[in-house]
Design a protein around this ligand. Structure first.
Ligand code: HSE
Length: 395
C-alpha cells in the first residue's frame, strides 16, 4: 500500500480523489500495489463529502508523515503551492501537479530540487487536461528534433469560440457556462486573455527545445478581440477562428513562440477541434506530424492525467525521473516578425488591394487575407483607417 495526499480539494483535487477511489483496482494493478489516499489538504471542510474524514488543514501533517510517498498538488497559483511543493520534494516525496502556472514559472527550479532529493516531479495534467502529451513528447518522440508545436491549449476559450461561432452565443453567457462546468481558471481572465494557453505552450517548448521559455517572453493575445463580425466573415468564407499557441523552430535554430486567435481553413487538422476539447499538433523531423486530441479541461479528464503521474511515481518509488530543461535568457527566441504569415484583416469600407477578399458578411465592412508578410507590415496595410481586426492565418 502506497500512501498519497492531495493538496487542494477543488475541481481537480476532488476529481483525483474520485478516480483513485472508483478505479482503485486497475490503479493498484498498474502501480504494482494499491494507492491509498491518506490526506486531503484544504482550508475548507467538506462535511458532505465521502472523503470528509481525510481532510486536514495543516500542511505540516503531510510534510512530517514519512508514510506519505506521493503528493498531488491541485491548489493552483504560485504562492503556497510553490512553497508546499518545494517542502514535499525536500521531504523526499514524489510530487505531481496540474498547476501550469507553477510549472511554467518555476518548473526548472522544482525539477532541480526533485533531482537533488532523488524523487520525481511530474506534471502531465498541466498541459492539455486529460491528453497524454508531455510524456509522449519527452519519451516516445525523444528521438526527434521537434520543429513545430501548434495547439489549441485552452478548453474555456475553445468552448466560448465554438458556442459563439455555432450558436451566435454571447461571450459573457458562455463564459459563465464554462465556469459552471469547471473549465475556467479561478480568475477566468487567465483563460480569455491567453495567459493559460501561454503557460502551457511554455511547458511544451521547455521540454521540446530544452531551454526555459518564460510566459513573459511569449507574445500573447486572448480572445476578447474576436467579435461577432469576425465570426460572420470567417463563417462566410468557410474559415474557423481558434486560439492557437505555437512554438516553431526556425531554420536558424531560434524558436518562435506566439499565442493569438488565428483563422484556420476548414480542412486544417485543428479546425474541427471544438468545445472543451484541446489538440496539439507536433512535427518531429523523423516522425512527421502527430496529433494529440482530448478533453483539455474538466474534473475527471484532468484527474486522469494526475492519477497517471501518481501511478508512474508509484512504479518508480525509489527512482528519480530525469526530465528538465536548461535555464536561459531568451536569446534563442525569435521576435514575432521573424515568421512571415498571412493575415486576416477586417476594415470599415473597401477591401485592401493585393489581398484575397472574403465574401461579404457585414454591411459596410470588408475582410481579406494578405499574402505572407511580417505582422508589422500587415498592420500598415490599411493605411490611415486602422484595421478593425487583424489575426494571423494558420495554414
Ligand atoms: N482553464 C483551463 C482551460 C483548465 O480552460 O483549459 C485546464 O487547464
Amino acid at each position: 500500500m502506497i500512501q498519497a495526499a492531495i493538496m487542494g480539494f477543488g475541481t481537480v483535487g476532488s476529481g483525483v480523489a474520485e478516480v483513485l477511489d472508483k478505479n482503485a483496482a486497475v490503479i493498484a494493478r498498474r502501480a504494482g500495489e494499491p494507492i491509498e489516499l491518506k490526506y486531503i489538504l484544504d482550508l475548507r471542510d467538506f462535511p458532505d463529502s465521502p472523503y470528509a474524514d481525510k481532510v486536514i488543514h495543516q500542511f505540516e501533517t503531510i510534510e512530517s508523515d514519512p508514510s506519505v510517498r506521493l503528493v498531488a498538488e491541485c491548489m493552483g497559483g504560485v504562492g503556497a503551492a510553490r512553497n508546499f511543493v518545494r517542502r514535499c520534494l525536500a521531504a523526499g516525496k514524489h510530487v505531481v501537479t496540474s498547476n501550469k502556472e507553477l510549472v511554467a514559472a518555476h518548473g526548472q527550479e522544482l525539477l532541480e530540487l526533485a533531482r537533488e532529493h532523488h524523487v520525481s516531479f511530474l506534471f502531465e495534467a498541466s498541459v492539455g487536461g486529460g491528453i497524454p502529451i508531455l510524456r509522449p513528447l519527452t519519451d516516445d518522440l525523444g528521438g526527434n528534433v521537434i520543429t513545430d508545436i501548434c495547439g489549441i491549449l485552452n478548453g474555456t476559450t475553445n468552448y466560448i469560440l465554438t458556442k459563439m461561432s455555432r450558436e451566435g452565443a454571447a461571450f459573457d453567457a458562455v463564459l459563465r457556462q464554462a465556469q459552471q462546468m469547471g473549465y475556467a481558471e479561478a480568475n477566468p481572465a487567465a483563460d480569455i486573455d491567453g495567459h493559460d494557453a501561454c503557460r502551457k505552450l511554455c511547458i511544451l517548448a521547455d521540454l521540446a527545445y530544452g531551454r526555459a521559455v518564460l510566459p513573459e517572453q511569449v507574445p500573447t493575445a486572448g480572445i476578447t478581440s474576436v467579435t461577432a463580425e469576425d465570426m460572420a466573415f470567417a463563417a462566410a468564407a468557410g474559415l474557423h477562428i481558434k486560439l492557437i499557441a505555437r512554438a516553431k523552430q526556425l531554420p536558424d535554430g531560434r524558436v518562435w513562440c506566439c499565442v493569438s486567435p488565428h483563422l484556420l481553413p476548414g480542412e486544417h487538422l485543428l479546425a474541427s477541434v471544438d468545445g472543451v476539447f484541446n489538440a496539439v499538433l507536433v512535427h518531429g523531423n523523423a516522425v512527421d506530424d502527430v496529433l494529440f486530441y482530448g478533453r483539455g479541461a474538466g474534473k475527471l479528464a484532468t484527474a486522469s492525467a494526475v492519477v497517471g503521474d501518481l501511478i508512474d511515481c508509484a512504479r518508480h518509488l525509489d527512482r528519480h525521473k530525469d526530465i528538465g530543461w536548461a535555464a536561459g535568457d531568451g536569446s534563442y527566441l525569435a521576435p514575432v516578425d521573424a515568421l512571415p504569415q498571412r493575415w486576416y484583416i477586417r476594415t470599415a469600407g473597401a477591401p485592401l488591394s493585393g489581398c484575397t477578399v472574403l465574401p461579404a458578411a457585414v454591411p459596410g465592412q470588408s475582410a481579406c487575407l494578405t499574402p505572407p508578410m511580417p505582422r508589422a507590415a500587415a498592420l500598415e496595410l490599411p493605411g490611415s483607417a486602422p484595421a478593425l481586426s487583424i489575426f494571423p492565418v494558420l495554414e
